[in-house]
Design a protein around this ligand. Structure first.
Ligand code: OGA
Ligand code: MN
Length: 294
């Protein structure tokens, strides 16, 4: 039996049926899923009650996994394996983090529109997020189709931004929510990396705007002008017609293509547990080749 794909929105979002993510997949199924995400950019799977090991095995069908960076405060004990990003409000003993906990405050950065790991020289290709426990209200994840946004830009803007190279770092995104007190050693670790402004997707051939909360400079441009352009583009690209809001059910797994989408978390009742586990497939190579990076 082969998988089913149902398009959920006019522009993007595929809902996958007839698949069990606990089982190893054959090549035709992996190819069908790759074709589906190339077309729909975000895939939703329901009723997948998987372990971290099963999630990792499924994710590895699509490439090598990222390991989590713990750039902020080394004194925290991780709750999950190094191949899992902990998208929860829990500490290592599964207790809800206190309101002033640095991990909780840092995680608020996920509520800014972003593309995962755009602050790394080699950014993320796919992210796969599995819902283990969800709160009674809020906590939706929203996705924006950056191909559709590109398509809708005026020609004048397309021609202007196409050759641009941006600089991304968590220093920019964290500064937006008030984190500025970094040790010199942390600043060095979070040094800006170059990323192209416009990407062409190898699977679909479609162009998209590569934006993220981590972007803060554009090479060869004055910083205020760059910031304003990035803000304007972000605002344009996240208009309602380009956005899908996912309301989670336990057992949902959402897989998105970071090359051509942005996403953000929404507010929820933080006296309740929200526990999602993410695996991240690396894109394998930088968007700006070595000879142009310096
Ligand atoms: C992520 C992320 C958003 C959310 O897992 O990369 O940004 O809704 N999550 O938790
Ligand atoms: Mn994210």
């Amino acid at each position: 039996m082969s998988i089913t794909v149902k398009q959920l929105r006019p522009l993007f979002m595929g809902e996958i049926g007839n698949i069990d993510l606990r089982e190893p997949l054959d090549k035709p199924t992996v190819d069908a899923l790759t074709a589906a995400i190339d077309q729909h950019a975000v895939l939703v799977f329901h009723d997948q009650f998987i372990t971290d090991e099963q999630q990792q095995a499924f994710s590895r069908n699509f490439g090598d996994l990222e390991t989590t960076v713990r750039a902020y405060r080394k004194d925290f004990v991780p709750r999950l394996d190094v191949h899992m990003a902990d998208i929860s409000n829990l500490d290592e003993n599964n207790r809800i983090l206190p309101a002033n906990d640095r991990r909780r405050l840092n995680a608020l950065g996920n509520r800014l529109w972003h593309s995962d790991s755009s602050f790394k020289r080699v950014p993320a290709r796919f992210s796969l997020l599995s819902a283990r426990t969800i709160p009674s209200w809020g906590g939706e994840t929203q996705f924006a189709d950056m191909r559709a946004a590109w398509d809708a830009l005026p020609h004048r803007v397309k021609a202007r931004i196409e050759p641009m190279i941006c600089e991304h770092t968590q220093l920019f995104s964290r500064a937006k929510i008030g984190f500025t007190d970094w040790a010199e050693e942390e600043r060095v670790k979070m040094a800006p990396v170059p990323q192209v402004m416009v990407r062409t997707h190898p699977g679909s051939g479609r162009k998209s705007i590569y934006l993220s909360s981590h972007a803060g400079r554009i090479r060869g441009m004055e910083e205020p002008e760059a910031r304003m352009l990035l803000l304007d583009l972000s605002e344009f690209a996240t208009q309602p017609q380009f956005v899908y809001s996912h309301t989670w059910k336990v057992g949902d797994l959402v897989m998105w293509d970071n090359r051509c989408t942005m996403h953000r978390a929404r507010e929820y009742d933080e006296t309740e547990v929200r526990d999602l586990h993410r695996t991240t497939v690396s894109d394998g190579r930088p968007t700006v080749p070595e000879e142009l990076a310096a």
